[in-house]
Ligand binder design. Sequence first.
Ligand SMILES: O=C(O)CCC(=O)C(=O)O
Ligand SMILES: [Fe+2]
Length: 363
Amino acid sequence: MAQPTMPSPDESSYPPPFRRPTSPSAAVLGVPVAPPALPVSFSTVHIPVIDLQALDPGALAAACEDWGVFRLTNHGTPPALSRRLHDEVRRVFSLPFETKRARFAGPPATYFFGTPAVSLVVRDLNWLEGIHVPLDRPPPCFPGGDPDLGEDACLRDLTEEYGRHSARVVKALFESLAAEIGFDGERRASYLSDSDRMLRLFFYPHCPHPAGKYLGINAHTDSSVLTTVSEDEVGGLQVLRDGTWFSVKPVAGTLVVIVGDMLQAMSDDRCRSSEHRVLASSGRERISICYFAFPCEEGAIVSSKYRKFTNREFREKVQEDIRSVGFKYPIFTGGVDPIFTGGVVLRDKQLVLDDTSPQIVTQ
Ligand SMILES: O=C(O)CCC(=O)C(=O)O
Ligand SMILES: [Fe+2]
């Protein structure tokens, strides 16, 4: 019996490295030369669930300590807003590649591909595209400050409104954690910035290579205090726990919240910055919308496990590491300079840069 075929994605919007080589006959028939790779199966894990409407500070702190990642329900972001933003993100990423590059040439909003952030040097090709949307300045946060953005006005309005909800959600979580961990008033005020936050809109194109050859995003920890992820139903996010990668199952209407490096440091390593990655999408294209919240740039982070440092210093160090070794060291205690001395991360695949490869943009 014939196997049902997966509709082949329209790859004309993909950056050149992500396009599939097609034979003339395949082009005529419109079918991929190679069948899509089978997904690798991983155990699915049930991460802790936190209900924002009935917030239990003890359960929240336990989730951040034990897992460093949890699912948030009843977060109050209107489902219609999330749905419209997801639809808009899909529309924007289906634009021709050159249009995306030209329209979101940044700053502020910047298109990138092949790396999880505009400022990263490419070592391994990550099978994703993204738009970086800083929310740290008054609107409009889109190119040129033009209030009449035509089609992109919708994306601007949705990201702004979504950003406001995300800020509310993260503030509520942070306030609860701060009380539980025992930050004093001054630290509480500088440990979560009202202005330094950003959205990253991600699109994971269909990857035709055998499963495991490429990742959507390499294993990493986030540099944030907290990150929220709103994903569609495709899946691919994985978390590392006791040396094993587990898949996090998408659950409609919920957010996945990830503890970042800054919360780990602030909490004297009580909370753990969760190591995670995203598989390349071997089936359907995936969309995720990630919100990152940071401490105030100049506020000192004081803890018993790390030397006193500011978020600005940490960022500069991350940029320096990325420039020199091509990746970010995980925040890690036990080195000579414990904030900045990471474990050794081995990179075996090297990407040769050509002119269609992601540009290095330092923001
Ligand atoms: O797309 C996702 O689900 C996660 C993205 C992520 O980990 C990141 O941008 O740091
Ligand atoms: Fe991340």
